[in-house]
Design a protein around this ligand. Structure first.
Ligand code: SF4
Length: 322
């Protein structure tokens, strides 16, 4: 049986929702559909796996429990709380949107996808997710999971436009927020990118593929790079350097001073670190600050409060500084 009629689509929705009700993961932002927390989780989940978000989400909400607290915070505190999640532009936009909602909208989130899209950092996907989950609006959500599920259902790779059209078509009038979440949940837990768990799929009867679709796009090639950092410590302080505010990548974040070449001492630590399509081999050299170094000596107790890059945080954790 494939999806050929309105009746099939109706049945598909019913089976999917029934499965979602019994199998959805117990995630903290699902407890009460609070719009501030749903919005925060959606921003954190962009480009990031649920497992990596959970602990950051918990500490972030502890520090900024409300929209008003977030809006009143300094940007450096927001970036520090975001540290380790990467893609810091998301945190800056989140903060800017919080200030805009408080100052221009009396603290009220817009309740339609179109209006939500007007806020900084909220695109079509996030707007649709918030509008459907928090305000019950009948608007479809498409992410990588939904795209994969729909492609396999239909038995072919779909264009972006086709995916959005199909997602709208499948969305029934009742429980649009749950339907959207169920589609994403199916993709995240059953219809996996590799080796989908078809025997456990609640909608396998409608699926044209029941397995992986041949890919028609190759992944972006990975680039290898090497980078050296200095770890210098004296009198309860560590030498750190702030990235330029004009930098296109992580502006204003703190990191260890970079060394053009390894100098003078042995490599203390070698780690691997990946950012999008670049795989770095990172060497950390312990030593004294060279005279030409433009860093700042930061007291140990202040370091964890700084907006550190993910890599700096990783190195400082390994050095047991934070
Ligand atoms: S049957 Fe398999 S491939 Fe098809 S939607 Fe379900 S898990 Fe995905």
């Amino acid at each position: 049986m494939n999806l050929q009629s309105r009746r099939d689509i109706h049945l598909f929705c019913r089976r999917l929702l029934r499965w979602y009700d019994g199998h959805k993961r117990d995630l903290p932002w699902r407890k009460d559909c609070n719009v501030y927390r749903v919005w925060l989780s959606e921003i954190m989940l962009q480009q990031t796996r649920v497992a990596a978000v959970l602990e950051h989400y918990r500490t972030f909400v502890e520090q900024f429990p409300t929209l008003q607290k977030l809006a009143a915070a300094r940007e450096s505190s927001v970036l520090a709380a975001w540290s380790g999640l990467g893609y810091y532009r998301r945190a800056r936009m989140l903060h800017r949107a919080a200030r805009e909602i408080v100052s221009k909208r009396a603290g009220q989130f817009p309740d339609t996808a179109a209006k939500l899209c007007e806020l900084p950092g909220i695109g079509r996907y996030t707007a649709a997710a918030i509008a459907s989950v928090c305000f019950g609006k009948r608007v479809a959500v498409v992410d990588g999971n939904v795209e994969r599920v729909l492609g396999r259902m239909m038995g072919r790779n779909l264009s972006r436009t086709e995916v959005w059209q199909l997602a709208e078509e499948f969305l029934g009038p009742s429980r649009p927020g749950d339907f959207n979440q169920a589609m994403m949940e199916l993709g995240a837990t059953v219809c996996l990118p590799r080796q989908p768990r078809c025997p456990f799929c609640p909608v396998s009867a409608f699926c044209a593929t029941r397995g992986e679709l041949p890919r028609n796009r190759s992944n972006a090639p990975q680039v290898k790079k090497e980078i050296n950092y200095l770890f210098a410590r004296r009198n309860g302080s560590v030498l750190l350097k702030r990235r330029s505010q004009d930098s296109s990548l992580m502006p204003g974040m703190w990191e260890l001073p970079e060394l053009a070449i390894t100098y003078n001492s042995d490599v203390w630590l070698t780690i691997r670190h990946s950012i999008t399509t670049t795989n770095y081999v990172v060497r950390v050299i312990k030593g004294n600050a060279p005279s030409e170094n433009q860093g700042s000596w930061i007291r140990l107790h202040r370091i964890a409060e700084l907006p550190l890059t993910g890599l700096a945080r990783k190195i400082l954790r390994l050095a047991k500084v934070i």
